[in-house]
Design a protein around this ligand. Structure first.
Ligand code: MD3
Ligand code: FE
Length: 200
């Protein structure tokens, strides 16, 4: 499958066909049943508009103690194993010899967004990051490693994969908004993003 390069990131449009997307939604339902979505807050106690959980060896959490990876969910249970469809996508696209440590599950209600940021909580930035999108399209913006400056827009639709490798690994990026009604995959409007990372 061929990719479109945007600022060094590789965009695989329609990487997952409809059947694979439906399988992955079922796998995510099982993850959320074992490790419920929670509402993360910033160090200052401000809620993020995205709800989250994780699968894999560790999970990303944010609370009044800050951002970090933890071996357990805030409610105390271990994170469920990496869903098979996620593991297969990582093997197909990442070029990395080991599985990811963390698959972060982000749930976006139609009004949710994620401000521009860098992913810097991992030990080894030479490892790629893989993102998979399900449900309504997310308007994704990606800029440079340096703050400020222009960003490019990518509309991440259901089934799209995005591989962040090389210089794009430390790019500023975020989700400006969700476009409700752009997918029939989920029973309610909203978007699921899965982000796989090697934490180290
Ligand atoms: C570019 N998630 O969880 S996915 C995040 O759609 C995050 O939920 C967004 O940014 C989402 O941290 C964007 C695409 C993505 C993921 C990780 C990246 C882009 C990235 C890491 C480095 C550079
Ligand atoms: Fe990010």
């Amino acid at each position: 499958m061929s990719a479109i390069a945007v600022r060094g990131a590789l965009w695989f449009r329609g990487f997952l066909d409809r059947a694979a997307q439906e399988r992955l939604v079922d796998e995510i339902r099982a993850v959320v049943a074992a490790a419920p979505l929670f509402a993360p807050v910033t160090r200052r106690g401000q809620p993020l508009s995205v709800r989250m959980t994780s699968a894999g060896r560790c999970g990303w959490v944010s609370d009044r103690k800050g951002y970090r990876y933890e071996p357990r969910h805030p409610d105390g249970m271990p994170w469920p194993p990496l869903p098979p469809t996620v593991a297969a996508a990582w093997e197909a696209l990442s070029g990395w010899p080991a599985p990811p440590d963390c698959c972060l599950v982000n749930w976006y209600d139609p009004g949710a967004r994620m401000g521009l940021h860098q992913d810097r909580d991992e030990a080894d930035f030479s490892a790629p990051v893989l993102s998979l999108s399900l449900g309504d399209t997310g308007v994704f913006r990606i800029g440079a490693e340096a703050r400020g400056g222009r960003t490019d827009r990518i509309d991440l639709a259901s089934g799209d994969a995005l591989l962040l490798t090389g210089p794009s690994r430390l790019a500023h990026h975020g989700i400006a908004r969700i476009l409700p009604g752009t997918s029939t995959l989920l029973p309610a409007p909203g978007r699921i993003n899965l982000t796989c990372r090697v934490v180290g």
